[in-house]
Design a protein around this ligand. Sequence first.
Ligand code: ASP
Length: 439
Amino acid sequence: MSSKRGIFDWYFKTNLLIRIFLGLVLGAVVGIILSSSPAETVMKVNSYIAPFGNAFVRLLQMIIVPTILFTLIVGTASIEPSRLGKVGIKTILYYAATSVCAVIIGLIFAIVLKPGTGINLVVADAVAKEAAKTPVSSIILNIIPTNMFDAMNRGSVLQIIFFAILIGLALAILRDSKNEKIKKNAEAVFSFFEGMVEIIFKIVGWVMQYAPIGVFALLTTVFSLNGAKVVGPLVGVTVILYAALAVHLIFVYGGFLLANKVNVFGFIKKARAPMLTAFATRSSGGTLPISIRTAEHMGVSKGVYSFSLPLGATINMDGTTIYEAICVMFIANAVGSPLDFGQMLMVMLTAVLAAIGTAGVPGAGAIMLLLVLESVGLKVEAGSVVAAAYAMILGIDALLDMGRTCMNVTGDVAGTIVVSNSEKEFDRAKYEKFDGANA
Ligand code: ASP
């Protein structure tokens, strides 16, 4: 009885980040040990462990839609109408600039290091059958929901964002109204949404207490299925992706931060809670509540982060952009038809758009990869070599997803500092004092 009590006490009294880190390490070790067991054993053990990880992901998914909806409405409505345009334009300019850098870095790494060359792939059983049918123009058109409730039902984040910004915008203008009655009503609605944001944050705090167990289970599953088999060319493409992500982090985000007198290494230390959460959960949307809390601790103004972070968690995916570029090149090389210059330009456009349209949930980028592949004439059809190469990528997608999601989130947090500083709404003293713990 008393030892049970001891574990319970230890669990709740130990720093959350330490617990999450322990979950990561233990999960990887158990997964790797497990991966050498017969497939049947792996499946059987996973059938017990995986639900604990899935529960964590479901808990995070559960709060994605309300988080985006309420924080974005409150965020947009908190900005004075005259400032809305400025913060919005600066945020979008930052997202566009870093996305273009991301796709260029991804392509350069792939051109120089040639992932997938010499694999001499033979046709294997195709895993991927579901080719993307979405042309580029309809990705953009699809941002406008035809039915908002349907969009929420399906968890279509881009559509929810579009609608939430419109509500927030209208609310911001009405709160500013000269008509007392309109103003009063708008304030009441605003208070309601503010209250909803607080409720969501409370729930996030509870969900995070479960995070260490969820992370352990997720990592055990990933490593037990991929552990020893993830070798050779796949190690190559993974290393290339992570190297490109690191270069993007240090030079692109580092450059933007430096221009705002923020050291990138200090930033990484302070941003480690959302970075680690993104890495383990592979969900930008799920990490959003943690990013928001971190931005608050970092001294970023609410008016900026409550607008830029939910938007960024959905459309600003530099890690995914880099991944799309490198994996398309890997597959093209693996099937023996390297891309020409024109095709690379096409990849530049579609990789950026695909990343914008990628939902902030685990594995979404791998589905969008089909769209990018198709744009350069590499169709994933059942039984084809392209499908075999794609299946190889899918096999290690969890590992790739961890890195790219981590970078997706890091870009948002860095961006919110850049925009708030340029708006002179960055509390540098608060930032310096924050050590990244207990975010
Ligand atoms: N998992 C990524 C994210 O949530 C999206 C992707 O799969 O690329 O940011």
